[in-house]
Design a protein around this ligand. Structure first.
Ligand code: HEC
Length: 507
């Protein structure tokens, strides 16, 4: 130990002498200050949060919702004069002035005193900080990197995107997802050419800015193989070989967390996969999920069984990671799930609709309660009719619309599938896939300044509910740093073959 201490001391000495007296700015530390991972002291009463990112957002593009106009401060904008031409991109900028460019010294003056380069004192909504020169240098070095340059997977003409599938995804549904996405991309690329032509004719309007951003999509299928513990390396290798800008749609089973971790590590937007695992509680800033996933539904079902004193249920479903995952959630509530136990007091089914109905038809299940968790399979009227008459009592827990409302919702998708000659593709898979692709398309079109992934996700925080609703999941909307788009499930209570639905929000 003592030896190691001596070596460290020696190193410190060497470093101190070899460093120039003006220390080089540390961009990563600047980022940590910006995001609040390294604390900064404010002057006077501190507002709710002193982290720049809390108000100016992770992208540095500011925020105009909620009555407080927070201007963009990403370097590309801050260190340039704000003129009328630039200002017109920001909906709230009329409220605030045209100003000269900042430099490091004037930024320091503003942060310490609240006074801008042109002598305006900003309101207290912008905190004042006690910063030393190193903090200021690191912070401005980081601001200079924000919204700068082009993110990986993107160039002037193309945007490369990948869709990820995991080995436990149902092969038929995986292929249905892929076919839908490929047709969507082909259709979109056809339109982009048309719109590129229009852009030449249009005058210098906001519209033109949007058309200029149409890019040809290049779609890749990243099919993960083997154990989940190896997925991180497979994804990293793909991304380093030929990077993509975003992941879109995708199909997965009991595990999706390694993909979400990849998205956080590489700062890629990962939009709306159809995975049984869902997004869990907090999938991270870069991952957007339809739903919290099977754990949430299993917990809702387990609490119903428990409330009726049903402590032992027979499990219907393919043995494997998904069954194990659900078994774990039920065990947590004191309900044991066992395979093929004739003595069990209830049945918990993870089967897809056709298999579930077939299993109900086989054999006599007495009047045992059946809790059905169809996961990412949507239940239209036909699917309900096939199983309800054989369910004397029990529950269905599903995150999606069901019955007539679902059938109505899927009409648009069925028309699209017919137009594409894809009638054999299950409409629920196609609908969720089209939803993911449309969300990415809308996000890309609305990026006015830079294509940083952070900005894309922040735009969705404001605009997700305005994107065309294709998917069977209801009420898609997210707030700042929320990444689960539909925040609950329906619990249907089944009695004598009839079902009574109630929406239950996630806890
Ligand atoms: C509590 C919210 C909040 C936090 C935290 C915050 N800001 Fe601000 N900031 C604002 C608001 C609001 C304004 C606009 C004030 C006005 O002009 O009305 C602003 C303005 C600015 C401006 C002036 C931009 C211009 O165009 O003149 C800069 C620069 C700035 N902030 C940088 C920072 C930095 C760097 C941090 C972190 C060290 C930070 N802000 C933290 C809310 C915040």
């Amino acid at each position: 130990m003592r030896l190691r201490g001596a070596v460290l001391a020696l190193w410190a000495l060497v470093l101190a002498h070899s460093l120039p007296s003006a220390r080089a700015a540390d961009t990563e530390r600047g980022r940590a200050l910006y995001e609040g991972r390294v604390a900064m002291n404010t002057v006077g009463a501190s507002p709710m949060s002193a982290a720049c990112a809390a108000c100016h957002r992770p992208s540095g593009m500011g925020n105009f919702e909620g009555g407080l106009a927070v201007p963009p401060i990403a370097g590309a904008m801050l260190f340039k004069p704000l003129d009328r031409d630039t200002a017109r991109f920001f909906p709230a900028s009329a409220r605030w002035r045209v100003r000269p460019a900042y430099d490091e010294a004037s930024l320091g003056h503003l942060l310490r005193s609240g006074v801008s380069p042109d002598g305006v004192t900003l309101p207290a909504a912008m905190p004042r900080y006690r910063l030393d020169d190193a903090d200021l240098a690191d912070l401005s070095a980081y601001l200079r990197t924000m919204s700068q340059g082009t993110p990986p997977g993107l160039d002037a003409d193309t945007v490369r995107v990948a869709t990820v599938t995991t080995p436990d995804a149902d092969p038929q549904r995986r292929d249905a997802m892929l076919a839908t996405l490929q047709h969507f991309v082909a259709q979109k690329n056809g339109q982009s050419r048309h719109e590129a032509k229009r852009s030449v004719q249009s005058s210098r309007t906001r519209e033109m800015v949007m058309y200029r951003k149409f890019r040809v999509w290049q779609l890749e299928h990243w099919a993960l193989q083997g154990e989940p513990s190896t997925w991180a390396a497979q994804l990293d290798a793909r991304q380093s070989r030929q990077p993509v800008y975003a992941l879109v749609a995708g199909m997965g089973g009991a595990q999706w967390a390694p993909v979400d971790a990849f998205c956080a590590r590489h700062r890629l937007p990962c939009l709306l996969p159809l995975a049984e695992a869902g997004g869990g509680r907090a999938p991270g800033f870069y991952s957007l999920h339809f739903h919290a996933g099977i754990d949430a539904d299993a917990a809702m079902a387990a609490s119903r069984l428990k409330a009726q004193g049903l402590r032992r249920a027979s499990l219907w479903g393919t043995p494997g990671p998904l069954a194990d995952r659900v078994r774990g959630v039920f065990a947590g509530q004191g309900v044991a799930l066992v395979d093929g136990d004739q003595e069990a007091q209830a049945i918990v089914s993870l089967l897809p609709p056709a298999a579930h109905a077939a299993r109900l038809r086989e054999g006599d299940h007495g009047d045992r309660a059946v809790a059905w968790l169809p996961g990412t399979h949507a239940l239209g009227q036909a699917e309900l009719d096939a199983s309800l008459p054989r369910t004397p009592r029990g529950w269905i827990v599903t995150p999606m619309r069901t019955g007539e409302p679902l059938d109505r919702q899927l009409l648009r998708t069925r028309l699209w599938l017919r137009g594409q000659g894809l009638e054999s593709v299950p409409a629920d898979v196609a609908a969720s896939t089209l939803q993911a692709a449309t969300v990415l398309g809308e996000g890309l079109v609305h990026l006015d300044f830079g294509f940083t992934p952070e900005y894309l996700l922040e735009l969705l925080e404001h605009g997700l509910e305005n994107v065309i609703p294709w998917s069977p999941y209801p009420r898609l909307a997210i707030g700042p740093d929320q990444r689960i788009a539909s925040k609950g499930s329906w619990v249907g209570e089944v009695r004598e073959g009839r079902v009574d639905w109630q929406w239950q929000a996630l806890p």
